[in-house]
Design a protein around this ligand. Structure first.
Ligand code: PLP
Length: 425
């Protein structure tokens, strides 16, 4: 099958939910993926932050092969050996106390929202006012189910599906006064990403996060942190909140946790977990033996290969190099990053849109988010030479696009047209 055929056949039988890049991926090795025509691409998106150990990691493959021959799935009605093993690891690296395992980030976030309301109900003094409001953030992203959508502060994701869950109010991200003003005793949770991912790699300010912690701690509300994109080492600490020296009540994880297999997790304090009892939450697939065995391997590999330290160092190197590009290209507004969660902000959505296929044509996969941000979420296994290659390619791409875009904003670049016709480098 080639990309044109895949596109044509999918168009007949799939719900039209994805606007795919014209690339038919066949296999991956290290930090590269290969398309059906054998073209090689340096992957700086890694499945939107999933393939942290790159492609074909030996330890991951060994665990998959061994565990899939033994037991792929068993119901949560029974025990298997890897539930405790993965939960113990997550507790150790987070400083939290308890774990629930789901299949995806959205589901983990859904569980976090349920916990915040159940905890408020359980701890409410008799006769007190209802405590049910969730303060979520503008520009946030938490997933596609109703609870997750309701707390996602971008109308474009919510509006078609309204009315969404009641009791959610949005605070302007990083606006401390807005947070203080909207917070009161009716709030059961303040919910945010420490680094907004879909929102274009926007870091929470220290003051905002500390205020959110102080307000929630003072009133018995929970602080929920979505670490689905930022967690498990990407920012150079296990979790982004560890850069800030605060401890949340509940965090959610997913993406890189199980080497590409679907797995999510909610981690809570003992106190927050005290609102749950058997039957209140569950999942058929969540936390199966294969996904949990692989997740143990992923965490062990990140530790063994000291990837937190290298993510910190590589992240600084990458940002410095991109700052260099900013000096050369007037279209680059800002460079943002924490570890290997990095973005550059361009001054035009058209340019950012054209940059993705133009980079692809030169053999590099990047992603655009939030209209004008080019986002980089490479595997943790990249080396400096890969960063150099991406920056060099970006330099050439921006140079070419700046010329064509100043000539005519409305005209697609020749590169964009080539990719649109299915011809990539
Ligand atoms: N939360 C954040 C911060 C995310 O980045 C994402 C996915 O991009 C989600 C939640 C949803 O996770 P999933 O797609 O695994 O359901």
């Amino acid at each position: 099958m080639n990309v044109a055929e895949a596109k044509q056949r999918e168009s007949q039988v799939l719900l039209p939910t994805y606007d795919r890049v014209p690339l038919l991926l066949e296999r991956g090795k290290d930090v590269y993926v290969y398309d059906a025509d054998g073209h090689k691409y340096l992957d700086f998106v890694s499945g939107i932050g999933v393939n942290a150990l790159g492609y074909g990691d030996r330890a991951v493959l060994k665990t998959i092969s061994k565990q899939s021959a033994r037991l792929i799935h068993c119901s949560n009605l029974y025990y298997h050996e890897f539930t405790a093993q993965i939960a113990e690891r997550l507790v150790r690296i987070s400083g939290l106390d308890r774990v629930f395992l789901s299949n995806s980030g959205t589901e983990a976030w859904e569980a976090a929202l349920k916990i915040s309301r159940a905890y408020a109900k359980k701890t409410a003094p008799t006769g007190s006012e209802p405590k049910y409001r969730v303060l979520a953030m503008s520009n946030s992203f938490h997933g596609r189910t109703y609870g997750a959508l309701s707390t996602t502060g971008q109308a474009k994701y919510r509006d078609a599906f309204a009315p969404v869950l009641p009791g959610v109010e949005f605070v302007t991200f990083n606006d401390v006064e807005d947070l203080k003003q909207k917070f009161n005793d009716s709030v059961c949770a303040v919910a945010l990403e420490a680094v907004q991912g879909e929102g274009g790699i926007q870091l929470v300010s220290r003051e905002f996060l500390e205020t959110a912690r102080a307000l929630t701690a003072g009133s018995g509300a929970l602080l929920l942190l979505d670490e689905i994109q930022s967690g498990l080492g990407r920012t150079g600490e296990w979790f982004a909140y560890q850069h800030y020296g605060i401890k949340p009540d509940v965090i959610t994880l997913a993406k890189p946790i199980a080497g590409g297999l679907p797995l999510g997790a909610v981690l809570t304090t003992n106190e927050a977990a005290s609102c749950l009892k058997p039957g209140m939450h569950g999942s058929t697939f969540g936390g199966g033996p294969l996904a949990c065995a692989v997740a143990c391997t992923v965490i062990d590999q990140i530790e063994k290969r000291k990837l937190l330290k290298s993510n910190r160092e590589l992240g600084k190197y990458f940002v410095k190099k991109l700052e260099g590009l900013k000096k050369k290209h007037a279209c680059v507004h800002e460079v943002r990053g924490l570890g290997l969660m990095v973005a550059i902000e361009l001054d035009s959505a058209d340019l950012a849109k054209a940059a993705v296929p133009a980079m692809l044509e030169r053999g590099v996969i990047i992603n655009r988010t939030h209209e004008t941000s080019l986002r980089f979420l490479p595997p943790y296994t990249i080396r400096k030479k890969h960063i150099d290659e991406v920056v060099k390619t970006l330099d050439a791409t921006l140079k070419a696009l700046e010329q064509t875009h100043t000539k005519s904003e409305a005209q697609p670049s020749p590169e964009t047209e080539l990719v649109a016709q299915g011809s990539t480098h």
